[in-house]
Ligand binder design. Structure first.
Ligand SMILES: [Zn+2]
Length: 227
């Protein structure tokens, strides 16, 4: 099985489906990770890649370390502007994703939920949905949307489509690898009780697991499945 994860920022791939990635790779599946936006540059008033150079290279190192921990076959970092993807032509984003789908031929794609607070997450969702439109010969059979702690639950349910999972991956055996991969992203993690803390993410995995009667799980919203 070939799997593609399309994430907005370095860390989203682990937050959203790190346990599922590790499970896929342990089963012998090939997982490719595509990270679309650069991260970090939205933390200053203006986007300045040269000023954020050290942070950007630290994030690239963290992404590589996380990928190695999870057994990812290939990691590709693109440089769309962090938290400013509403300033990009959607078609340019779609073209990048289409090219990777054509190169990797994945049967499964994991990506963002449409209802997140983060604008980049929403743009990536739209771009992926367009890139995998079900034309004859479409290779992608399963499309899954993940939740990102500190973005998905921050959206008021009256403001956008709430995340109502209907697909669960048992990560009882791989939760520890997900947590290990998250610790590679030290700069992105926050102390508990922030939602993007190791403690909160362990609790979330255990709650998602308890929702389906296993020790730990990741929850997804199924976009489409063709069998
Ligand atoms: Zn993100």
């Amino acid at each position: 099985m070939k799997v593609l994860v399309v994430a907005a920022h370095p860390d989203d791939e682990v937050l959203g489906c790190g346990g599922a990635i590790a499970k896929h790779t342990e089963q012998g599946d090939i997982v490719h990770v595509l990270i679309m936006a650069e991260g970090a540059t939205s933390r200053s008033l203006q986007r300045d890649r040269s000023k954020a150079k050290n942070q950007l290279s630290a994030l690239a190192v963290a992404a590589q370390q996380a990928s190695e921990i999870l057994g990812v076959q290939s990691l590709k970092l693109h440089h769309f502007p962090d938290n400013r993807m509403d300033s990009c032509d959607l078609l340019d984003v779609i073209k990048v994703i289409e090219k990777k789908i054509s190169q990797y031929q994945p049967e499964i794609i994991y990506t963002h939920h449409f209802g997140d607070v983060n604008i980049d997450h929403r743009r990536i969702h739209e771009a992926v949905v367009t890139a995998v439109r079900p034309i004859p010969g479409q290779i992608v059979q399963t499309l899954l949307f993940f939740e990102i702690a500190s973005s998905t639950e921050w959206q008021p349910s009256s403001s956008a489509l709430p995340f109502t999972p209907n697909w669960f991956v048992d990560i009882s055996e791989t939760l520890s690898l997900k947590i290990k991969a998250l610790t590679a992203y030290e700069s992105e993690m926050r102390p508990f009780p922030h939602a993007r803390s190791v403690n909160a993410l362990e609790h979330l995995a255990k709650w998602r697991g308890a929702s389906v009667g296993v020790e730990a799980a990741e929850a997804f919203l199924l976009g489409r499945n063709l069998i």
